[in-house]
Design a protein around this ligand. Structure first.
Ligand code: UDX
Length: 437
């Protein structure tokens, strides 16, 4: 099919390349001309494993192009995917829908032929219904323009595999015609046996935020257990392993540590609470406030532990902060726990040096006063304390003896519980994990 992908951020760029990969003719559209020219030249404007190769491969087939013209998109597409961002509003917990609304308002008057508009952005429940009405009212093709809501569940770092081999495909639609279009679009995935759930708009919108709320709750649950472990001398990593063997609980998303960040989980649970308030069911989601609070408490705990490790004084002490991205294999620093901690240490007077294999540039843009180093060794040099804040493979692979020769004091806080405590202690290090004795 001839499709367009409107908004080429982490979600849209990957979606566009993957749709071309499975045989569609794809036009990626973005209002940012720099992004369009980078993508057209096969250069992803962010780091996602495998995306550069996939872009080169699909651009070479001629099935993938990029443009900044919505008029061209309207002319070209039989199906239009909306992949624009829905960040947290600057003045409240609610989602900021201005980009979704602008995309629909700009596209609709240009839709003169029958087509399908497919929303992938994460939106508050009720948005799709409003957008469907707006489309019908302002598209010249009127009722011939149908809306489908198709939430996206991809994880950064695994975005290509998650798009090409999704766990499930969920679509919200008002008509059987919408189901047929989606079946055609995702034909290879359906042939591979991917579960396909067709429902109404509201359920499709809610599936996405419910999934993220559940995942956030699971992480905060284990981090709450970590707090209890810290008070009792128990080990949360063993506790997680033991409860994870119960199939009903499962072992995934039970890694205790610095908690969740990124462009999705934090803002999605807040927007969900805000929407529940508008719907007068805020009590149903009060627990998410606690989930958010437990998560943020872990960041403060990291700073407290650093102070304890440095005998009560952060001012003037050299701290190597390892990691800036919100998780490994990504250069995304949105709501990054790692940078939050680094900035808080700096505010308390510590001499902080941050190293991240991929996210230094993005980190320096958001935190211009933090010092970023080009190499791991530069960050480690003469450090009074090392803090592992993102579990990149480069940090997991560090040799405690080698690192011991570079730093000033052999003290390390493993805020992601990603190192082997025994190995580090045997090499003479003062090792502190999160929720571990
Ligand atoms: C998430 C959802 O997984 C995805 O389905 C949705 O579409 C978008 O939001 P993503 O933000 O890419 O994806 O990252 P994810 O792998 O889910 O991790 C989120 C955060 O939780 C990271 O900061 C990660 O470090 C943290 N995390 C994850 C933990 O602290 N412990 C865990 O056990 C798992």
């Amino acid at each position: 099919m001839k499709i367009t992908v409107i908004g080429t951020g982490y979600l849209g760029a990957v979606h566009a390349a993957c749709m071309a990969r499975i045989g569609h003719e794809v036009l990626g559209v973005d209002s940012n001309p720099d992004r369009v020219s980078a993508l057209a030249a096969g250069k992803p404007p962010f780091f996602e494993p495998g995306l550069d190769d996939l872009l080169s491969e699909t651009l070479a087939t001629g099935r993938l192009r990029f443009s900044s013209s919505l008029a061209e998109a309207a002319e070209f597409g039989e199906a239009h995917f909306l992949c624009v961002g829905t960040p947290q509003s600057t003045t409240s917990n609610a989602a900021d829908l201005r980009y979704v609304k602008a995309a629909v308002s700009d596209l609709a008057p240009r839709l003169t032929r029958p087509c399908t508009v497919i929303g992938k952005s994460t939106v508050p429940v009720g948005t799709a219904q409003q957008l469907a009405e707006r489309l019908r009212a302002s598209a010249p093709a009127g009722d011939q323009v149908q809306l489908v809501w198709n939430p996206e569940f991809l994880r950064e770092g695994f975005a290509i595999a998650d798009t090409l081999e999704p766990d499930r495909i969920v679509i919200g639609t008002e008509s059987p015609a919408g189901i047929a279009v989606m079946r055609e679009l995702y034909e290879p995935m359906l042939a591979a046996g991917t579960p396909f759930i067709s429902t109404d708009f509201a359920t499709a919108e809610l599936v996405k935020v419910a999934a993220n709320a559940f995942l956030a709750t699971k992480i905060s649950f284990i981090n709450a257990m970590a707090e209890v472990c810290e008070a009792t001398g128990a080990d949360v990593t063993q506790l997680a392993e033991a409860i994870g063997h119960d199939d009903r609980i499962g072992s995934k998303f039970l890694r205790a540590g610095l908690g969740f960040g990124g462009g999705c989980l934090p803002k999605d649970i807040r927007a969900f609470m805000a929407r529940a308030g508008e719907l007068r069911v805020d009590q149903a989601l009060t627990f998410l406030r606690e989930v958010d609070e437990i998560n943020l408490r872990r960041r403060r705990h990291a700073v407290d532990l650093a102070r304890i490790c440095l005998d009560g004084h952060l001012a003037g002490r050299r701290i190597a902060c390892l990691g800036a991205a919100f998780k490994p294999n990504s250069d995304d620093v949105r709501d990054s726990p790692a940078l939050d901690v680094a900035a808080a240490l700096q505010v308390e007077g510590a001499n902080v040096r941050v190293y991240d294999p991929k996210a230094a540039e993005a980190g320096a843009r958001d935190y211009p006063t933090l010092g970023f180093t080009a190499t791991l060794d530069e960050a480690l040099e003469q450090a009074d304390l090392i803090m592992v804040l993102t579990e990149w493979e480069e940090f997991r692979a560090m040799d405690p003896t080698d690192v011991g020769r570079i730093v000033k004091r052999p003290a390390i806080i493993d805020a992601r519980n990603c190192l082997d405590p025994q190995l580090w202690r045997e090499a003479g290090w003062h090792y502190r994990g999160f929720g571990r004795p």
